[in-house]
Structures are given as structure tokens and as C-alpha cells.
Design a protein around this ligand. Sequence first.
Ligand code: FEO
Ligand code: CA
Ligand code: CA
Length: 566
Amino acid sequence: TRAALAATDRFGFEGIAASTADTITLPEGFDWKPVVLWGDPLFPDAPAFDPETRGTADTQARAFGDNNDGMSIFLRDGRHVMAVNNEYTNLETLWTAPETPSEDDIRKGMMAHGVSIFEVRQGAEGWEVVTDSPLNRRITPETEMDITGPAAGHALLRTEADPEGRTTRGTWNNCGNGETPWGTYLTCEENFNGYFSSSDPAQEIAPDLARYGISAEDWGYGWAQIDPRFDIARHPNEPNRAGYVVEIDPFDPAARPKKRTALGRFKHENAACTIAPDGHAVVYLGDDERGEFLYRFVSDGVHSATGDNADLLETGRLFVARFAEDMTGEWVELTPEATGMEAAEILIHTRQAGSAVGATTMDRPEWVAVNPARPEAFVALTNNRNRGLKPNAGGDETPVNGPNPRTGNEYGQILRIRPDDEDHAATGFTWSLFALAGNPEVHDDAFAGSGNITAGNMFNSPDGMAFDTTGLLWIQTDGNYSNAGDFAGQGNNQMLAGDTVTGEIRRFLVGPRECEVTGLCISPDRRTMFVGIQHPGEEGGSTFPGGGLPRSGVFAVTRRDGGPIG
Ligand code: FEO
Ligand code: CA
Ligand code: CA
């Protein structure tokens, strides 16, 4: 019976088959329902989303942003507040005339980025946004915020608008997230480079900007046309003011977000925060680019269960991972002595600092998840077609190495790190591969995947990852959804759960067509799992979820018997 199964089965669900259906597919006994979709109003004065016009800059600024990614739910004084990243936007979906965007269209795109913060409550129809809550807030690329930590005020951060280098406007391309034990939200600036361009036809890109992918052309957003700070010919230091982790108080809509330079500047994926045995805050950080590195921050101060932790992420030590072939590794501190760079510059040109100490080039570090059940961290290394074939953007060679063992790695892997002395702040660690994704139906070499990958659970490109409180590892994918060739039988992007003790992996959810499944949090009562569906129909092949214009959103997954998930 189901009750007997639940009592003995670690997962609490039967794994499902791969699917190419244009919907969310779940195991028997589970349901899903939208909570909030791109363009839904977050304030009483904001209009309902209009799929004909797709809104204006003004309506978008008062509505849920586009392409939601990392998210958290917080509970205080009986109120649930969600903080959700809005990473980017698909211009073909956002604009009605993508070839000829108006100034308002460009501004609407800008307002679709950032973070959406809003109260939710459970009504008769399930979870819904409380549109008249005073806690609701949109953080956009225009929101005033502080630059904090050791790099604040550095010459590389000073601009015409901010001659002190200590305040800036906005955050964008907010990918994964984190939350702290003291109740703040961490949002991570990833592909910040794609928004800058140059008005100078002869623009030369300095190596320090090239390392971060800054170029004379943006990725089509057009922001420099409406805001000159995105023109690197006029404001060459502006890109140095993005690429950070930003800390936000989700219960104070007036609080200024804080960019935490102590956590370094790179294409931040997420920020997995835990407390070491001696009280130091530890944050694991991935830099999502082919051949870039894995980092760890250890705070100077210690966490206080009763006191003020507001500035724990203000100062600390930043380390980069160096892996050895013998399944050990070490965290190398990025100091002036080790890198030959001044302390503040290390936090601005962090990639260059990692190269200087010979950090291990990785297969695109996506999310890190810290196991609540034992001292270990898991890292999603999503894929790297350049592995063994091409150097990274900084020129570091990328031969295959222990945790990145496959040339032209198209499937990705999940790495396990166990800190020495069961202490996340220790210098040394041991590592192993929890899973090598692959396709055992197509390959019989290393691309078949590790022993826990079967024809029944195979996937590619692990990306989002989070543990639930029971120690199950939830794995989300952002990969090739062609369901053909090397990816035959893998279907749409999906979410799986892994038992990190036995190694067993089961498929729990399959997303609609051409989406990425990303962003995950669980209600404090464990009865609802919130899952993000990003960019359904990015190639034009989906009408999820409403049968018309495809829209990203947050979806509530529940058990029909009301039981806990995870
Ligand atoms: Fe925004 Fe690396 O995914
Ligand atoms: Ca991701
Ligand atoms: Ca991704």
C-alpha cells in the first residue's frame, strides 16, 4: 500500500518516465498549480497581464518579472514571503515587434529583470500572491543599492554618477540564490556582461573586461540606448560594479540591498550558505563559465543565534578550489601574497586571481547544495563542450582532470566534496563524483554515465540543486531537450531526486517543452514544493501553461494525500 511504501521508501514517490509533453508531468498522487506567472501584478494598482500587448515598462515594473530562477520562501510572524530571481527575458516573447523595439519596449525588458518579493498565503484555491501586502517589492536594474566590503570605494568601481564607488543602481541577470541562517536572501549576478555595449566603433576591449565576456555588442537588450551607464565607451568602470552576490532583507521593503564584494566578482551561479562548527559563515560559490572555478568564502565574524548578523558577509577570506587526482583537494586563499594582486582588486578581478594560483578549471560550476544531514557539499557541473579541447576565456588550459574527467563533456556531472574534520571552513577536502550524467542507450564508454544512471532516469546538464530537510538532493536540469541523438530518451528538462547515501536517482518531474526547470523551495510545513519553470517555448514550441503565449512561472507541487514532499 502507499502508506507502507512511504514508510519504507526513502523517496516517497515512484520515478516517472521521460516525456516530451507540453506540461508539467508528476508521479501518481501529485498535483501542480501556478502560483505566479511572468507579468502577474504584485500590487493592487497594477493591471492583470495582457497577452496582446505583453504590458508596458510601467506595468512590468509593478509585476512579477520574467524568466524566474532561484527562489526562497521565508516565514516570520505568520507571514510567508517569497523572494524570486528574474534572471533574463526572451525578447521574442517579451516584445510584440522584436525587430523594432520602442524605447518603452527596451525599458520593459529592463523592468522584467531583478528580484520579485511578495507575500503569499494559502487560500481555498491553494497558494496565491497577496497583492495588497505592504511587504511586496520589485527590485530592478534601477533600484538603489550599496556596494559593501573591502572593494567598496576602489578606483575600479568609481564612475561619474558615483565618484565614491560605494553606491550603484540595480541588479540584473540574477540566476541562482541563497539564504542565510539570519533570514536574508542572497541573489547572484551571473551573465551581467550581456547588457553592456559600446558606442565607439573602434572600441577595444581591455583584457580585464574580456575575461568577463564584456564586448562592444550586447545580447540584444539595447539598454545602452536608454541608459548611458551601459555604454562602456562612456562608462568603462560600470561593468566592474556587477557580478556580485547581493544580500536583501525580504521583510523590509525599504532596506537597501547590499552588494557583497567580499564574495568576489564573477558569473555567480548561487550562494550556498552554512555555518562552520566554530560559528564562521561559509558560502560556497560557483562561477558558471566553461573552465572557470569553484570558490568558498569564510566570514571573519561568527554567527550569533541571538545577535546581529547583518554584516557577517561584509568581510572574510575568499578561497578557490584546487583538486588533486588522488581524490583530495584544497581551498587556496586568494591573498595578495598568493596572487600578486592588491586585496581589493582580488575581489573585482577574481577570475584573474584564481588563474594566478592555478585553480582547477571546472565544467561550468552551477549550483552548490550543502547537505543538512552530514558535512558535505554537492556541486552541479553542468557540461563543457570545450573540456580538453580549448582553453578558458582567460587562457587557462583545460585538460581533463579528476572531477572533470571527460573530453568534450556534453552531459555534465555532480561532484561531492567532504570537508576535512567535518568542518566546512577547513582547508582540505576529499571529493568524489556522485553522478556522471550520460546516455547508456547510446554510449558504452564514459558517456554512458556512472552506475546510478539508467535508461529510466537519465538526464543531461544538472543545474539547480537543493537539499530538502531530510537530506534528499533535488536536481534540476537545463540542457539539451532535443530528445534525439546523444540525448535520445531524455525528453524535456526535468527534476530528479538523489539519495546521497545509496546513490539512487529517480525522476520526479518533467517540465513543458523548451523550458529549463530551475528554482526550488519548500514551504516551512513541507506540504508544498515550489518549482520554477523558466522560458517554456524559448524556440516557439510551447503554449505552457495557459494554451497561449508561453510564460515562465512558479508552480506549487503538492501531494494529493496532503503529506510532506521531501
Ligand atoms: Fe543562470 Fe548558470 O545558470
Ligand atoms: Ca542555472
Ligand atoms: Ca542555466
